[in-house]
Design a protein. Structure first.
Length: 364
């Protein structure tokens, strides 16, 4: 059956009630200056949703800029208009001016100001002013658990959806905008959904996801080319790193169907690793038969006194709960992260303790 004859509307979700919908339409119509922000160390969904909304706002004739807290992986440099991003860590004064003088602020792929490490204060200030006349109106679009109930004027939070970019597809449909998307908008939204599902290999069993994708493909984007630009941009050092991590650094906790790998900044320098080269390596051990949990534990490149945890799981193992309980983090059931001030050795011991605590869910 052709796309023209399919009724996609039936399964798309109305994610705003009528009052919220009318309010958002009014705020978008009135806004002239718009800013889009996302969480620290932006991934494909954070950057895709931020740039996707920015492109949408520009199509509507708005002045719109994207502001991100810090650096993002090099493999996302192919995203449309990425060169227009304002990095808060490099251009703090400009970023704060944009935020404070906005009519409308879109908060993408984050559920609280603390998720924008470095930008918490300015976002909290904007949020405190949000109910005042002439202050920025703030809209959260997110898919993480437990959104801050005091953050943003409108909170669009759908944890059951695979990505913030999927949430946006439903919002655009409800606003009557899904059929007006440009290729730039569709590319950004597709990248967000593709990267947050491991190219649709996890968290992607709901049929409506592919209805969203059909709308994006209808703009004429080339999904195969997008895939190659995101996933097939490895450097020689990235390939060597994969071999090193899997052959030398991977450690199996066989009793618990768990693996973990560690990486120090000294090793990064020795291997010539650039930003984004470690992306996705944490997923690879899950290809081992019966493996349920994989962790990538690494020194923070910008704050070496901190260690970052990246966790991936399969099936029903809740790595987000483990991250929240042990690593000051959170995320999704099968993909989460955290960050603690400690050494690599201390981080490994803590991870092993966490695994033992969750042994009843990992064994068997």
């Amino acid at each position: 059956m052709s796309l023209k004859n399919r009724n996609f509307v039936a399964d798309m979700d109305k994610i705003l009630n009528e009052q919220q919908l009318l309010l958002l339409k009014d705020k978008i119509a009135q806004a002239q200056r718009v800013t889009c922000v996302c969480h620290v160390s932006p991934d494909g969904d954070a950057l895709g949703s931020t740039l996707g909304i920015a492109a949408w706002m520009k199509r509507l004739g708005k002045e719109c800029r994207a502001v991100v807290p810090n650096r993002y992986p090099d493999f996302l440099l192919s995203l449309p208009n990425v060169q227009e991003i304002v990095r808060y860590d490099n251009h703090t004064a400009e970023a704060e001016q944009l935020l404070m003088h906005s009519d409308l602020i879109w908060v993408c792929d984050m559920n609280a100001p603390s998720r924008a490490l470095g930008m918490e204060q300015i976002l909290s200030t904007c949020n405190e002013l949000a109910t005042s006349e002439g202050a920025p109106f703030m809209v959260m679009v997110d898919h993480h658990l437990e959104p801050d109930a005091n953050f943003c004027n409108i909170r669009i939070s759908r944890p059951e959806m695979c990505a913030t970019c999927e949430v946006l597809c439903h919002l655009l449909w409800q606003l009557g905008e899904i059929g007006q998307l440009s290729k730039h908008e569709a590319t950004c939204l597709y990248v967000g959904m593709m990267t947050d599902t491991g190219a649709f290999t996890y968290a992607s069993n709901r049929a409506v996801i592919y209805e969203c994708i059909s709308h994006l493909l209808a703009t004429g984007i080339d999904k195969d080319k997008i895939y190659r630009k995101i996933f097939w941009t490895y450097t020689p050092n990235r390939m060597r790193l994969i071999g090193y991590m899997l052959y030398v650094k991977m450690q199996n906790l066989t009793e618990y169907n768990t693996t973990f790998m560690t990486l120090t900044n000294e090793e990064r320098a020795h291997l010539g690793i650039k930003n984004g080269d470690t992306e996705g390596i944490v997923n690879m051990p899950l290809q081992i038969q019966d493996m349920r949990l994989s962790a990538f534990i690494s020194e923070d490149t910008e704050h070496p006194e901190f260690v970052k945890f990246s966790l991936r799981s399969v099936g029903d193992f809740p790595c987000n709960e483990m991250s929240a309980r042990f690593f000051n983090g959170g995320g999704h059931k099968n993909a989460s992260g955290g960050r603690l001030q400690c050494t690599i050795d201390e981080a490994v011991e803590l991870f092993k303790k966490a695994v033992r605590e969750y042994s009843h869910l990992l064994k068997g």
